[in-house]
Design a protein around this ligand. Sequence first.
Ligand SMILES: [Mn+2]
Length: 355
Amino acid sequence: MKFLHLADVHIGATPDKGKPWGGRRSDEIYDSFKNIIKVCEEQQVDLLLIAGDLFDAPPTIQQLRELDYQLRLMQGTKTVLIAGNHDYIEEGSPWETYKFQSDLFIMPRDKATNVYIEELNVCITGYSYGRQEYTERILERLKPGREGAYNILLGHGGDTTHMPFSKEKLAGLGFDYVALGHIHKPAHIIKNKMAFPGSLEPLDHTETGRRGYIMGELSGSGNTVIQWIPCNKRSYVNMTLELNPDIVNSEIMDNVEDEIRRIGKDNIYKINLTGCVDSNLQINLSGLTREYFIYEINDNTHPNYDIEELLMVNENNLLGRFIKAMSDNESLEKPEIRERALKYGVEALLGVGDN
Ligand SMILES: [Mn+2]
């Protein structure tokens, strides 16, 4: 039996709204989901497990019709889904009224439910959200639904307001595999037994690193092997560049561009500039922001300062006294240590620098 476990697709989300690539990111979230359908077909996946927050908000009829169409493209894959805190099931909502034609089972809201799939001898136990928050430890109370079958727990949550649980408790419930959702960063919690696949795509600029899904295979001998497979179209990358007093603007642009090309030009970058630059340098990277996906540029550089001049202006305050003390200090043998101490101290007192 082959299963594909995913979560937190957040169809309908609009990451980086207002950025030139914002619209494209929304489309890519759906593209990533469509790609999963292809993977299920190509690799003859028996069971697709969706562990909550497939949609970014409770879906409309139209969104469910689209989903139904996608799922119908798969010939041999059954899908079991729970609703999460974002796409929770409201009474009388499209989740409850729309009649799916595809081979999909949606776990009902607010009750533990077992689905037994005879031809796979798999029993899935799950609990769909009927509202946005649950502080109750609901997942810890679920029990495997069928003796002699392969039992899977499908759960969404993990933080204090979304069905909190301890992993030891979940592991002790007797399920063969615990398919989790909600935490967007992938985490293989217990080897081949419990995991968060993470979101399919990163959903905002704080979600750095790769994203993907889990492919699992249950062998004839009863062993499960899971593998996390990265599939996101773009990643958010934080890049820090340390500048120096000799650098000019076009050189900064070249350095940034080299780094972007080295790491991957499809990624979305946050650029942090640090170090000491010429006091007359004007940093302008607009040429790059037109060419690449640059979320923001943070200029944390500070101008090159003249110690003599600083001392003159600050003679009667703490900064002046510090410069004098460090310059007179004969006990520190190595001048480079004294110089570095002077640099860090001055930067700290001026409130600049990154140390
Ligand atoms: Mn969630």
